[in-house]
Design a binder for this molecule. Structure first.
Ligand code: AMP
Length: 303
Protein backbone atom coordinates (compact mmCIF):
# COMPACT_ATOMS: atom_id res chain seq x y z
CA UNK A 1 0.00 0.00 0.00
CA UNK A 2 1.31 3.44 -0.90
CA UNK A 3 2.11 5.93 1.80
CA UNK A 4 0.45 9.31 1.88
CA UNK A 5 1.88 11.97 4.16
CA UNK A 6 -0.24 14.94 5.17
CA UNK A 7 0.69 18.08 7.05
CA UNK A 8 -2.06 20.42 8.16
CA UNK A 9 -4.06 21.76 11.03
CA UNK A 10 -5.75 19.87 13.82
CA UNK A 11 -8.25 22.15 15.38
CA UNK A 12 -11.03 22.79 17.77
CA UNK A 13 -13.77 24.55 15.82
CA UNK A 14 -16.85 26.47 16.82
CA UNK A 15 -19.21 26.51 13.89
CA UNK A 16 -22.63 27.98 13.21
CA UNK A 17 -24.72 27.09 10.16
CA UNK A 18 -28.39 27.87 9.41
CA UNK A 19 -29.13 24.34 10.66
CA UNK A 20 -27.47 24.41 14.04
CA UNK A 21 -24.26 25.13 15.84
CA UNK A 22 -21.48 23.24 17.52
CA UNK A 23 -19.04 24.68 20.01
CA UNK A 24 -15.53 23.32 20.54
CA UNK A 25 -15.78 20.34 18.21
CA UNK A 26 -12.84 18.63 16.58
CA UNK A 27 -11.88 19.91 13.14
CA UNK A 28 -8.79 20.94 11.24
CA UNK A 29 -7.63 20.39 7.70
CA UNK A 30 -5.34 17.46 8.53
CA UNK A 31 -7.98 15.78 10.68
CA UNK A 32 -10.63 15.78 7.97
CA UNK A 33 -8.12 14.90 5.29
CA UNK A 34 -6.69 11.91 7.18
CA UNK A 35 -10.06 10.45 8.03
CA UNK A 36 -11.26 10.62 4.41
CA UNK A 37 -7.97 9.43 2.92
CA UNK A 38 -7.74 6.52 5.36
CA UNK A 39 -10.49 4.80 3.35
CA UNK A 40 -7.98 4.43 0.51
CA UNK A 41 -4.37 4.53 1.67
CA UNK A 42 -1.99 4.32 4.62
CA UNK A 43 -1.88 7.82 6.10
CA UNK A 44 1.00 9.48 7.93
CA UNK A 45 -0.02 12.56 9.84
CA UNK A 46 2.22 15.52 10.63
CA UNK A 47 0.59 18.11 12.88
CA UNK A 48 0.59 19.69 16.30
CA UNK A 49 -2.05 19.67 19.00
CA UNK A 50 -2.18 21.13 22.48
CA UNK A 51 -2.79 19.27 25.71
CA UNK A 52 -6.51 19.97 25.36
CA UNK A 53 -7.00 17.93 22.17
CA UNK A 54 -9.39 15.02 22.78
CA UNK A 55 -7.78 11.60 23.09
CA UNK A 56 -10.95 10.11 21.64
CA UNK A 57 -10.14 11.60 18.20
CA UNK A 58 -6.58 10.31 18.32
CA UNK A 59 -7.91 6.85 19.12
CA UNK A 60 -10.34 7.07 16.23
CA UNK A 61 -7.51 8.03 13.86
CA UNK A 62 -5.38 5.14 15.14
CA UNK A 63 -8.29 2.78 14.66
CA UNK A 64 -8.52 3.96 11.05
CA UNK A 65 -4.86 3.02 10.61
CA UNK A 66 -3.54 6.60 10.61
CA UNK A 67 0.11 6.69 11.69
CA UNK A 68 0.53 9.38 14.38
CA UNK A 69 4.33 9.18 14.76
CA UNK A 70 4.53 12.71 13.33
CA UNK A 71 2.00 14.20 15.70
CA UNK A 72 3.46 16.63 18.20
CA UNK A 73 1.78 17.35 21.50
CA UNK A 74 2.76 20.80 22.69
CA UNK A 75 2.16 22.68 25.88
CA UNK A 76 -0.52 25.22 25.21
CA UNK A 77 -3.84 25.28 23.47
CA UNK A 78 -4.82 23.59 20.22
CA UNK A 79 -5.40 25.80 17.16
CA UNK A 80 -8.91 27.26 17.25
CA UNK A 81 -11.16 28.42 14.45
CA UNK A 82 -14.58 30.00 14.72
CA UNK A 83 -16.72 30.27 11.61
CA UNK A 84 -20.21 30.88 10.38
CA UNK A 85 -22.15 30.05 7.21
CA UNK A 86 -25.26 31.70 5.82
CA UNK A 87 -27.63 29.95 3.44
CA UNK A 88 -24.82 30.05 0.89
CA UNK A 89 -23.00 27.12 2.43
CA UNK A 90 -20.13 27.52 -0.01
CA UNK A 91 -18.73 30.52 1.81
CA UNK A 92 -17.33 30.24 5.32
CA UNK A 93 -17.08 33.48 7.24
CA UNK A 94 -14.16 33.32 9.65
CA UNK A 95 -15.01 34.99 12.94
CA UNK A 96 -11.83 34.11 14.78
CA UNK A 97 -8.53 32.33 14.16
CA UNK A 98 -6.27 31.55 17.10
CA UNK A 99 -3.03 29.94 16.02
CA UNK A 100 -2.03 28.91 19.58
CA UNK A 101 0.40 25.95 19.33
CA UNK A 102 0.87 26.64 15.60
CA UNK A 103 2.78 29.80 16.43
CA UNK A 104 5.86 27.84 17.41
CA UNK A 105 5.26 24.70 15.29
CA UNK A 106 8.21 23.72 13.10
CA UNK A 107 7.21 20.47 11.38
CA UNK A 108 9.87 17.78 11.67
CA UNK A 109 9.36 14.97 9.19
CA UNK A 110 10.30 11.75 11.04
CA UNK A 111 13.06 9.77 9.23
CA UNK A 112 10.61 7.00 8.34
CA UNK A 113 8.36 9.54 6.59
CA UNK A 114 11.03 11.11 4.40
CA UNK A 115 10.48 8.52 1.68
CA UNK A 116 6.72 9.14 1.44
CA UNK A 117 5.50 8.71 -2.13
CA UNK A 118 2.50 10.98 -1.90
CA UNK A 119 2.39 14.26 -0.03
CA UNK A 120 -0.51 16.55 0.73
CA UNK A 121 0.06 20.01 2.16
CA UNK A 122 -3.31 20.73 3.70
CA UNK A 123 -4.43 24.21 4.62
CA UNK A 124 -1.78 25.60 6.94
CA UNK A 125 0.79 28.43 6.88
CA UNK A 126 2.46 28.17 3.42
CA UNK A 127 5.88 28.61 5.04
CA UNK A 128 5.26 25.39 6.97
CA UNK A 129 4.05 23.70 3.76
CA UNK A 130 7.36 24.60 2.09
CA UNK A 131 9.41 23.35 5.02
CA UNK A 132 7.74 19.93 4.69
CA UNK A 133 8.44 19.91 0.94
CA UNK A 134 12.09 20.53 1.79
CA UNK A 135 12.21 17.48 4.04
CA UNK A 136 10.53 14.82 1.89
CA UNK A 137 13.03 13.21 -0.49
CA UNK A 138 11.45 12.60 -3.88
CA UNK A 139 7.72 12.23 -3.61
CA UNK A 140 5.92 10.86 -6.65
CA UNK A 141 3.04 13.33 -6.38
CA UNK A 142 2.51 16.43 -4.26
CA UNK A 143 -0.51 18.65 -3.83
CA UNK A 144 -1.58 21.54 -1.63
CA UNK A 145 -4.63 23.41 -0.45
CA UNK A 146 -4.88 26.91 1.01
CA UNK A 147 -7.43 29.54 2.02
CA UNK A 148 -8.10 33.27 1.89
CA UNK A 149 -6.37 33.78 5.26
CA UNK A 150 -3.03 32.81 3.64
CA UNK A 151 -3.74 34.12 0.12
CA UNK A 152 -4.03 37.62 1.52
CA UNK A 153 -1.72 37.20 4.53
CA UNK A 154 1.24 35.24 3.10
CA UNK A 155 0.97 35.52 -0.64
CA UNK A 156 4.68 35.36 -1.52
CA UNK A 157 5.26 32.22 0.57
CA UNK A 158 2.17 30.66 -0.97
CA UNK A 159 3.35 31.40 -4.53
CA UNK A 160 6.64 29.71 -3.65
CA UNK A 161 4.80 26.58 -2.47
CA UNK A 162 2.63 26.60 -5.61
CA UNK A 163 5.73 26.64 -7.82
CA UNK A 164 6.84 23.39 -6.21
CA UNK A 165 3.71 21.17 -6.15
CA UNK A 166 2.14 18.98 -8.84
CA UNK A 167 -1.43 19.89 -7.96
CA UNK A 168 -3.50 22.39 -6.07
CA UNK A 169 -6.95 21.72 -4.66
CA UNK A 170 -8.76 24.94 -3.74
CA UNK A 171 -12.27 26.27 -3.59
CA UNK A 172 -13.83 28.56 -6.11
CA UNK A 173 -13.66 31.81 -4.14
CA UNK A 174 -10.03 31.12 -3.27
CA UNK A 175 -9.14 30.40 -6.89
CA UNK A 176 -10.65 33.76 -7.86
CA UNK A 177 -8.83 35.57 -5.09
CA UNK A 178 -5.52 33.87 -5.79
CA UNK A 179 -5.71 34.58 -9.53
CA UNK A 180 -7.28 38.03 -9.22
CA UNK A 181 -9.75 36.90 -11.87
CA UNK A 182 -13.48 36.33 -11.50
CA UNK A 183 -14.02 34.03 -14.49
CA UNK A 184 -13.33 30.57 -13.13
CA UNK A 185 -11.78 29.12 -16.31
CA UNK A 186 -9.42 32.05 -16.69
CA UNK A 187 -8.65 31.89 -12.97
CA UNK A 188 -7.76 28.19 -13.30
CA UNK A 189 -5.45 28.97 -16.24
CA UNK A 190 -3.71 31.61 -14.17
CA UNK A 191 -3.24 29.19 -11.29
CA UNK A 192 -1.84 26.56 -13.71
CA UNK A 193 0.64 29.20 -14.83
CA UNK A 194 1.80 29.57 -11.21
CA UNK A 195 3.28 26.06 -11.33
CA UNK A 196 0.99 23.10 -10.66
CA UNK A 197 0.08 20.89 -13.64
CA UNK A 198 -3.24 19.98 -12.08
CA UNK A 199 -5.74 22.44 -10.63
CA UNK A 200 -8.87 21.18 -8.91
CA UNK A 201 -11.48 23.76 -8.05
CA UNK A 202 -14.09 22.77 -5.48
CA UNK A 203 -17.44 24.40 -6.02
CA UNK A 204 -19.20 23.26 -2.85
CA UNK A 205 -22.62 21.81 -3.53
CA UNK A 206 -22.15 22.47 -7.26
CA UNK A 207 -19.36 19.96 -7.72
CA UNK A 208 -15.76 20.32 -8.80
CA UNK A 209 -13.69 21.15 -11.86
CA UNK A 210 -10.40 19.56 -12.87
CA UNK A 211 -7.98 21.46 -15.12
CA UNK A 212 -4.88 19.95 -16.74
CA UNK A 213 -3.46 21.72 -19.81
CA UNK A 214 -6.39 21.95 -22.19
CA UNK A 215 -8.29 19.14 -20.45
CA UNK A 216 -11.28 20.02 -18.26
CA UNK A 217 -13.46 17.59 -16.29
CA UNK A 218 -16.61 18.67 -14.50
CA UNK A 219 -17.83 16.56 -11.58
CA UNK A 220 -21.41 17.08 -10.44
CA UNK A 221 -22.44 17.89 -6.91
CA UNK A 222 -24.67 15.20 -5.45
CA UNK A 223 -28.10 16.68 -4.71
CA UNK A 224 -28.28 16.00 -0.97
CA UNK A 225 -31.36 16.47 1.15
CA UNK A 226 -29.53 16.80 4.43
CA UNK A 227 -26.60 19.15 4.69
CA UNK A 228 -25.74 20.30 8.20
CA UNK A 229 -22.21 21.60 8.17
CA UNK A 230 -19.89 22.16 5.21
CA UNK A 231 -16.83 22.54 7.45
CA UNK A 232 -14.20 20.06 6.37
CA UNK A 233 -15.83 19.32 3.01
CA UNK A 234 -12.80 20.69 1.19
CA UNK A 235 -10.37 18.64 3.25
CA UNK A 236 -12.49 15.51 2.95
CA UNK A 237 -12.56 16.09 -0.80
CA UNK A 238 -8.79 16.35 -0.88
CA UNK A 239 -8.54 13.19 1.24
CA UNK A 240 -10.66 11.16 -1.17
CA UNK A 241 -8.85 12.64 -4.18
CA UNK A 242 -5.31 12.06 -2.90
CA UNK A 243 -6.18 8.79 -1.18
CA UNK A 244 -7.55 7.35 -4.40
CA UNK A 245 -4.54 8.51 -6.45
CA UNK A 246 -2.19 7.01 -3.87
CA UNK A 247 -4.10 3.73 -3.80
CA UNK A 248 -3.96 3.25 -7.57
CA UNK A 249 -0.90 5.22 -8.68
CA UNK A 250 -2.98 5.91 -11.79
CA UNK A 251 -1.96 9.32 -13.12
CA UNK A 252 -3.90 9.06 -16.38
CA UNK A 253 -6.72 11.45 -17.18
CA UNK A 254 -9.24 8.71 -16.37
CA UNK A 255 -7.50 8.11 -13.04
CA UNK A 256 -7.71 11.80 -12.15
CA UNK A 257 -11.38 11.87 -13.08
CA UNK A 258 -12.10 8.97 -10.74
CA UNK A 259 -10.06 10.67 -8.01
CA UNK A 260 -12.18 13.81 -8.35
CA UNK A 261 -15.32 11.71 -7.94
CA UNK A 262 -13.94 9.93 -4.87
CA UNK A 263 -13.12 13.37 -3.50
CA UNK A 264 -16.70 14.44 -4.10
CA UNK A 265 -17.96 11.25 -2.45
CA UNK A 266 -16.01 11.87 0.76
CA UNK A 267 -17.06 15.53 0.89
CA UNK A 268 -20.70 14.57 0.40
CA UNK A 269 -20.63 12.33 3.48
CA UNK A 270 -18.81 14.85 5.61
CA UNK A 271 -21.42 17.60 5.16
CA UNK A 272 -24.16 15.33 6.51
CA UNK A 273 -23.15 16.12 10.10
CA UNK A 274 -21.15 18.49 12.27
CA UNK A 275 -17.47 17.83 12.88
CA UNK A 276 -16.53 14.36 11.58
CA UNK A 277 -19.55 12.63 13.15
CA UNK A 278 -20.72 11.02 9.91
CA UNK A 279 -17.27 9.57 9.28
CA UNK A 280 -17.35 7.65 12.55
CA UNK A 281 -19.79 5.10 11.17
CA UNK A 282 -19.04 5.37 7.46
CA UNK A 283 -18.12 2.09 5.76
CA UNK A 284 -16.09 1.33 2.63
CA UNK A 285 -19.21 -0.25 1.11
CA UNK A 286 -21.11 3.05 1.52
CA UNK A 287 -18.22 4.94 -0.07
CA UNK A 288 -18.20 2.73 -3.15
CA UNK A 289 -22.01 2.74 -3.40
CA UNK A 290 -22.01 6.53 -3.47
CA UNK A 291 -19.38 6.51 -6.21
CA UNK A 292 -21.98 4.54 -8.19
CA UNK A 293 -24.62 7.19 -7.43
CA UNK A 294 -22.34 9.87 -8.85
CA UNK A 295 -21.82 7.78 -11.95
CA UNK A 296 -25.57 7.30 -12.44
CA UNK A 297 -26.28 10.95 -11.74
CA UNK A 298 -23.96 12.28 -14.43
CA UNK A 299 -24.28 9.55 -17.04
CA UNK A 300 -25.71 10.36 -20.45
CA UNK A 301 -25.33 8.99 -23.95
CA UNK A 302 -23.21 10.60 -26.58
CA UNK A 303 -25.26 11.09 -29.75
P1 AMP B 1 -12.66 23.30 4.85
O1 AMP B 1 -12.44 21.88 4.42
O2 AMP B 1 -12.12 24.26 3.85
O3 AMP B 1 -14.06 23.55 5.29
O4 AMP B 1 -11.71 23.51 6.12
C1 AMP B 1 -12.21 23.61 7.43
C2 AMP B 1 -11.12 23.45 8.47
O5 AMP B 1 -10.06 24.38 8.22
C3 AMP B 1 -11.66 23.76 9.84
O6 AMP B 1 -11.82 22.57 10.57
C4 AMP B 1 -10.62 24.71 10.46
O7 AMP B 1 -10.16 24.26 11.71
C5 AMP B 1 -9.48 24.74 9.46
N1 AMP B 1 -8.91 26.08 9.35
C6 AMP B 1 -9.56 27.27 9.37
N2 AMP B 1 -8.70 28.31 9.22
C7 AMP B 1 -7.46 27.77 9.12
C8 AMP B 1 -6.15 28.31 8.95
N3 AMP B 1 -5.93 29.63 8.85
N4 AMP B 1 -5.10 27.45 8.87
C9 AMP B 1 -5.32 26.11 8.96
N5 AMP B 1 -6.52 25.54 9.11
C10 AMP B 1 -7.59 26.34 9.19
Amino acid sequence: MSNLLVVGSMAIDSVKTPFGERDEAVGGSATYFSIAASFFAKIRLLAVVGRDFPEDTLNFLRARGVDLAGLERSDGQTFRWKGEYGYDLNTAHTLETRLNVFQSFRPQVPPAYKESEYLFLANIDPGLQASVLDQVKSPRFTACDTMNFWISGKREELLETLRRVDAVVINEAEARELAGESNIVRAARKVLAMGPETVVIKRGEYGALLFQNEHIFSAPGLPLEHIYDPTGAGDSFAGGFMGYLASTGDMTQAGFRRAVIYGSVMASFNVESFSYDRMRTLTAAEVHARYGEFSDLAHFERL
